[in-house]
Design a protein around this ligand. Structure first.
Ligand code: G6P
Length: 621
């Protein structure tokens, strides 16, 4: 969704702003803009609808030597995507420029109040409301604020204005009369400050900062930062001045570049062997035949008493939660429920003290997942996060958890984060199982099998050429069914989601046997069914479902285990994956589905990394 960048230093601000916005493209956006402050104390705003390349060429035509500026990518919430609604917006009569991530729920009443006081609006956005509120507060501060610090009045104006807001915001503000400072403040929407030599940076996530600096400060809710060329001051709404907690940025610029790949999604599909190795690194103990985690923040004694687990998340993360349900029930023997975060946040499910909540999220910023976590915390439950982005809101707010260490995921359609989530859940299931009934020998067996995963994924990636041929045959279909059972049911859901997201083909995932209760009505010679059916205890039953589809003329694409000749006699296409234990099947069998949807989307000419209407990190409800 929306992205923010900012630069203050001695170099040309636009150079970082454009590069930073380009690195934020993956979040999904429909328009973009920058505001820079030139030497004569004027704010210069340039906006463009569509891609960052359009904004960059506008900026090239009007080059600016400004060394301070802010930029934004907008994903429309209030008002259509056009230049008027693109950020930055102004406050007052160009006294300030502001960019905003988040949603202001009481913007309509605030707007009416401001209009009655004579403010004129040039956009339909909630952001412009904030700009005018700050401009109004600034006038009063200039009259009454007797601080010797020239930056005290604008900072106080921002504080006063934000007190009136209901909703979420990450804001960057620059003032005409203070051409040496960027002001940043957040509530529920992330901001990261990068510290350089005689220059400082601002961004809504760490990706734009990679390669520019390795020292970062995550702003927390209610903190306000004043960022100048050589200084960073942070104050908290209730606590006053605080000293910045400087952390090391763990990603380098290579990780956020495409390299030799055509798309980030493909790059990330191929990064999975390494991503999974990183998720497991240092967490599998041969000696104790269990997994070890440093951040659960609960004693084994406490964890042993957990009687029930709730996994919550959205989108692909919700699918990994379903995999977690099967894993925990099989391996740890703990009852699990999986809840959409958007539902859990408004439900009031009876839960006892022995329930543990896990929020599963790649970004750590998904609004519904964050709200569900907060509601569970408010009810007094212990909460854990399984998260990829260090420093994200959910990672900060959970009582404990673990990071995936899968590396930055740029492609909107999640791939490596999904398989890393499944691996993290398998390690957790092993850990909880070893606290209960799993023997040392069984624990060792699971560990040995898990260690083979990177190699197995490497091998599975070799199916890509075959999948491209399958994609060529079926890329013009309008509907797909994805079917699987047990561990492979969530995989079917995830495969269907991948196809929908990036190729815009309607696809439904179903438990294979449920197909008879409705979806079978869709089956005809133009509707391929993708069966995820590596061998397992339920293989024969799935085979019957294949026959049922074939009997109705539907083409069948089977993801099957190597050596399975029976399926080759029935299915139209067979993609063979390595033989693995059933609890590893979801991690291996999803790889061909990721590749299939990728190839189909490319063949259909779709923009794989920036699918229409989607955003990488959904920070609105
Ligand atoms: C968006 C993304 C999905 C992702 C979902 C949850 O819809 O496009 O790829 O699965 O959000 O995101 P999270 O960061 O919480 O895993």
């Amino acid at each position: 969704m929306c992205g923010i960048v900012g630069y203050v230093g001695s170099k040309i601000a636009n150079d970082f702003l454009i590069e930073g916005l380009r690195r934020l493209e993956y979040r999904g956006y429909d328009s973009a803009g920058t505001a820079t402050l030139n030497g004569s104390g004027e704010i210069e705003i340039i906006k463009s609808v569509g891609r960052i390349s359009g904004l960059a060429s506008k900026i090239t035509k009007q080059p600016s030597s400004a060394t301070l500026g802010i930029g934004h990518t907008r994903w429309a919430t209030h008002g259509v995507p056009n230049e008027a609604n693109a950020h930055p917006h102004i406050g007052g009569r160009l006294d300030l420029a502001i960019v905003h991530n988040g949603v202001i729920e009481n913007h309509a009443e605030l707007k009416q109040m401001l209009q009655e006081r004579g403010f004129v609006f040039g956009s339909d956005t909630d952001t412009e409301v904030i700009g005018h509120l700050i401009a109004e507060a600034l006038q009063e501060e200039l009259e009454n604020n007797d601080s010797q610090d020239p930056l005290a009045a604008p900072a106080e104006a921002i504080r006063r204005a934000t007190k009136m807001l209901r909703g979420t915001y990450g804001l960057a503000v620059v003032f005409k009369d203070h051409p040496d400072a960027i002001f940043a403040v957040r509530l529920g929407s992330p901001l990261v400050i990068g510290i350089g030599q005689n220059e400082n940076f601002l961004a809504s996530d760490a990706a734009p900062l990679a390669g520019f600096t390795d020292k970062i400060v995550y702003l927390a809710d209610h903190q306000l930062a004043i960022i100048t060329e050589n200084d960073l001051r942070i104050s908290h709404r209730d606590l006053g001045q605080i000293s910045p907690d400087v952390k090391e940025l763990a990603i380098d610029s290579e990780q956020v570049e495409l390299g030799d790949f055509d798309h980030y999604m493909l790059k990330e599909i191929y990064e999975q062997p390494e991503a999974l190795a990183n998720t497991m690194r240092g967490r599998l103990s041969d000696d104790d035949a269990t997994a070890v985690f440093g951040g659960l923040n609960l004693t084994p004694h406490h964890l042993r008493r957990i009687k029930r687990i709730v996994f919550t998340g959205c989108g692909t993360s919700w699918h990994s939660a379903l995999v977690g349900e099967y894993l925990f029930e099989e391996i740890a023997h703990i009852p699990v429920e999986v809840e959409y975060a958007s539902e859990l946040r408004y439900r009031n499910p009876p839960m006892d003290n022995e329930t543990l909540i896990f929020a599963i999220t790649q970004s750590g910023e998904t609004a519904d997942t964050l709200a569900a976590l907060r509601e569970m915390k408010r009810q007094g439950h212990l909460t854990m996060a399984i998260c990829n982005v260090v420093g994200s809101s959910i990672a900060q707010e959970a009582d404990g958890g673990l990071f995936l260490h899968a590396g930055p995921e740029i492609g909107v359609a999640s791939t490596k984060a999904y398989t890393s989530q499944c691996v993290a859940l398998l390690m957790l299931a092993l850990y909880f199982g070893r606290l209960r009934h799993i023997s040392y020998n069984e624990g060792r067996r699971i560990i040995e099998n898990m260690k083979k995963l990177p190699e197995l994924i490497e091998k599975t990636l070799q199916t890509s050429d075959d999948l491209r041929r399958v994609a060529e045959k079926y890329s013009s279909a309008n509907n797909f069914l994805y079917l699987g059972r047990h561990y492979n049911f969530p995989t079917a859901l995830e495969g269907a989601l991948k196809l929908k997201e990036i190729s815009y083909i309607h696809a439904e995932g179903y438990p294979a046997a449920e197909m008879k209760h409705g979806p079978i009505a869709l089956v005809d010679e133009h509707t391929p069914s993708v069966f995820v059916m590596p061998r397992g205890f339920i293989y024969d039953k799935v085979m019957s479902n294949v026959e049922e589809i074939k009997a109705r003329g539907g083409p069948v694409i089977a993801i099957a285990e190597e050596g399975d000749e029976r399926i080759a006699e029935v299915a139209d296409e067979v993609i063979y994956i390595p033989r693995v234990e059933e609890y590893l099947q979801p991690i291996v069998s999803v790889i061909p589905l990721q590749l299939l949807s990728y190839h189909i989307a490319v063949l259909r000419g779709c923009d794989v990394d920036k699918p229409r209407n989607l955003a990488k990190s959904v920070t609105v409800e």
